[in-house]
Write a protein that binds this ligand. Sequence first.
Ligand code: NAD
Length: 322
Amino acid sequence: MQVLVTGCAGFIGSHVTEALLESGAAVHGVDSLSTNYDPETKRRNLDGAREWDSFTFAELDLATARVEPLLAECDAVVHLAAEPGVRPSWGSRFDVYVANNVVATQRVLEAAKEHPERRIVFASSSSVYGHAETFPTPESARPRPFSPYGVTKLAAEHLCSLYGENYGVETVSLRLFSVYGPRQRPDMAFHRFCRAALEGTQVTVYGDGLQTRDFTFVADVVAAVRAALASPVAPGSVYNVGGGSQVALVDAIDLIAELAGRPIEIEKVPAAAGDVRATGADVTRARGDLGYSPAASLEEGLAAQLAWTEGARPAPATGAFT
Ligand SMILES: NC(=O)c1ccc[n+]([C@@H]2O[C@H](COP(=O)([O-])OP(=O)(O)OC[C@H]3O[C@@H](n4cnc5c(N)ncnc54)[C@H](O)[C@@H]3O)[C@@H](O)[C@H]2O)c1
């Protein structure tokens, strides 16, 4: 089996790539090494994959490069390439979000029309829900994004569903909820909190810190992606992939401080535009159709991320995103 992994040098992409290689698949990874954070960090994310002869890599931008040859040569696609992050999606950077999240996805799907039997697993996001109507939130809840980022992920997810319904392209969208673990992006909360705990520096918390998130360990996301590649589900299907708990940010900080054996000093700043109060996944559908069952507790996952942070070479967060 040859799998095309887009965004393979990113946080989640590098884990998915390694897991597929370990399972015996050949992986062709593509990534533009975009500058949402240091491209050197992304190159390092590929160190593990590069040890495999069954891994090949091409640096390219899916919003502009020829995508057809990539689709012609693979049996399945895991489409993770995107511009992530809620807060920077306002203002002039919106163009980047549209290009990397909407245009790039549409181009992958156009190429897939020629090979509709190839499974395409798309990384959607909990941000499509915005201020959700119910908790835990089922897939049937009305999506109402609260950020420009969420709008682009919902647009891409709709594209996946309609190429499924119109052309039979075997798309499956996974709505991922706040993913964390080793190699997490430097702009993300747990990355900054782990660093602060180890370095004794202050962290910035947006809002009162009582906002809750359904945090999902990256290995559970990898398991969901692999199940979505293999399960016989209808083209255009959508699934929540959450970690199984709703935790307030301040409680997660306390847990990181406890694991690190050092208090974390918090500076509270006003809530950021686009941030929602709570997220919480109802994973009943994924459990039934994909056999998905999150395995990592928050404590285990954070211990793994702290250990990684301790061993990682310094990769300071880009100022704009902290
Ligand atoms: N991390 C999370 O909590 C989370 C939650 C929900 C959804 N997601 C989605 O999961 C996916 C991976 O997120 P991540 O956190 O690993 O982010 P990441 O930034 O670490 O990885 C994304 C990768 O895509 C690449 N990329 C961007 N635009 C591209 C293009 N046009 N062509 C080729 N490559 C391109 C980037 O260079 C980057 O390496 C994204 O689609 C994101 O929207 C992430």
